[in-house]
Design a protein around this ligand. Structure first.
Ligand code: ZN
Length: 115
């Protein structure tokens, strides 16, 4: 299992066991109850808030400095900040959150004790 495989897994989330079945429900980041290929019970995964906390730190560390720079150079009205950065954050969440959550689920399956 190489870093390249992990990146590929995050970009196209699949079952962490067989790497073929769908990992998330359609239009959601909730895992499916059971892999359609290998019948692993993916609904039992408990990754807690790991992916969400990572996204909060990532968005805070990128969007806030960008907003400060834009405000310093352009001084747009407050509603422009709300629309611009709200859209940027929603876009980043839609693109990055599934990959981060898939990676956290992969790590859980890789390091959890055998049952
Ligand atoms: Zn599977």
């Amino acid at each position: 299992m190489s870093l390249l495989d992990d990146i590929r897994f995050c970009l196209k989330p699949r079952c962490p066991v067989c790497r073929e079945g769908r990992l998330f429900k359609p239009w959601s980041v909730d895992p499916v109850e059971e892999c359609a290929i290998c019948h692993t019970r993916l609904g039992e995964t408990d990754v807690g808030d790991g992916a969400s906390v990572f996204m909060i730190f990532l968005l805070g560390a990128t969007v806030v400095p960008l907003a400060l720079v834009v405000d310093h150079f352009f001084s747009p009205p407050l509603w422009v900040h709300a629309v611009l950065w709200g859209g940027v954050m929603l876009g980043m969440i839609a693109v990055i959150l599934p990959a981060v959550k898939a990676y956290v689920i992969l790590l859980e399956y890789r390091h959890r004790p055998k049952r």
